[in-house]
Design a protein. Structure first.
Length: 289
């Protein structure tokens, strides 16, 4: 077993009876890591490893993915928040980090859960000042309805990920290649890995969260927890505008912009060590520098 695989698993039952599974590693005070779209808890295993000498790290699979139960008929920002509250209460954890749509879930939870003391948001895609982080949604849904997973995936990446040569290429060139890769990925999955072909349709539910989050900033002004707002210089403009608006609503929050990093910096394949460095400082008792 590699260092990356040294974890245990557990679960909590959410308010509506949905089973929410999580991975656990490390020792010390508890920290919860909440992944974003087209991800599972496994995407944060390197980040968890970098934190594990200081903290006990809990990484839930958000509902509809991996170790967790289905989305359910009444899915929305409320059910995601109830899932996190169940984990917070079971583990007595008061520190939490959320990426992208996971950060929307974390922000909603921070509004209503007084047990949280330290909250980190990395680029929640909240609509502000006329921006529409879900503008690509209809194209994604159309591709998905036709079974074109490659085009659906490329549409989601282009709408959310950092501007790059890849996202600048036309979809008709990239989608067929992605379809080949998606099918190959599905054939080589092992254990509790979740294939891309299962994760791509879950973006439908992340789009629901984005649309439901339009008023969340107005409701966050009474948060008592210490807040850290994080983002990268390479990320799309609408994500930076959301952080700007949050900074105005939460003037006590600390803001960190990481040069050269983008939207999925916390993922295994990006720069989780740089995210961990900031989290270790913030989550320590003297974290507000």
């Amino acid at each position: 077993m590699t260092l990356l695989e040294k974890y245990t698993t557990g679960y909590v039952m959410s308010k509506d009876g949905t089973r929410v599974g999580y991975r656990q590693t490390g020792s010390g005070p508890g920290v919860i890591l909440v992944h974003g779209g087209m991800m599972t808890s496994k995407n944060f295993m390197k980040l968890a490893r970098f934190l594990s000498n200081e903290f006990t790290v809990y990484i839930p699979d958000r509902r509809g993915r991996g170790l967790s139960g289905p989305f359910g008929p009444n899915y929305g920002i409320g059910s995601e928040s109830e899932d996190l509250q169940a984990l917070i209460h079971k583990t007595a954890t008061d520190k939490i980090f959320g990426l992208s749509s996971g950060a929307i879930c974390v922000l909603q939870t921070a509004i209503i859960e007084p047990a949280l003391k330290k909250v980190v948001l990395y680029e929640p895609p909240i609509p502000v000042n006329g921006t529409d982080p879900a503008a690509w949604g209809s194209r994604y849904e159309s591709a998905l309805s036709r079974g074109n997973f490659g085009k659906a995936m490329f549409t989601a990446i282009k709408g959310t990920d950092d501007p790059s040569l890849f996202t600048a290429l036309p979809g008709f060139l990239i989608a067929p290649l992605l379809n080949i890769a998606i099918n190959a990925n599905a054939k080589k999955q092992a254990g509790d890995d979740v294939p891309l072909k299962s994760l791509i349709p879950t973006m439908h539910y992340d789009l629901i969260l984005v649309r439901e989050s339009s008023g969340v900033i107005d409701r966050c002004k009474e948060i008592k927890a210490e807040m850290l707002l994080m983002g990268g210089t390479r990320s799309q403009r609408y994500l930076k505008l959301a952080l700007d608006t949050l900074s105005t609503a939460l003037p006590q929050a600390k803001r960190v912009e990481l040069r050269g990093l983008g939207h999925t910096a916390a993922d295994n394949d990006n720069s989780p060590e740089k995210i961990a460095k900031e989290l270790i400082v913030f989550f320590q008792p003297s974290g507000m520098r």
